[in-house]
Write a protein of this length. Structure first.
Length: 95
């Protein structure tokens, strides 16, 4: 791994085959690495997304977009208002 690659990038890459996520990791630390990767590669800062746009982006990597969306929200990587009307990239302290 080079000095410019984020830590864990090889572990995240191992979760994909042919550009598709093979499984959502069960271990929280590994899932967190995946979620940070997805948040930073699929979503733009300062852009507001509809639920449909979030689902469409997540469907490009895995069929269970609702689970991924929920994990991203719980982790604080995506934020949404109580009514669920929109999503935006979050600002968690750990990413």
């Amino acid at each position: 791994m080079s000095d410019t690659e984020p830590r864990g990038s090889h572990q995240v890459a191992a979760l994909f085959s042919g550009g598709r996520l093979t499984a959502i990791p069960r271990k929280p630390a590994r899932r967190e690495q995946l979620l940070v990767h997805l948040a930073h590669t699929l979503f733009e800062r300062d852009r507001v997304y509809t639920e449909r746009e979030v689902n469409d982006a997540l469907l490009t990597v895995h069929e269970d977009c609702s689970a991924l969306r929920r994990y991203l929200v719980v982790a604080g990587l995506l934020e949404r208002p109580r009514d669920g009307s929109s999503y935006r990239l979050g600002n968690p302290s750990r990413s």
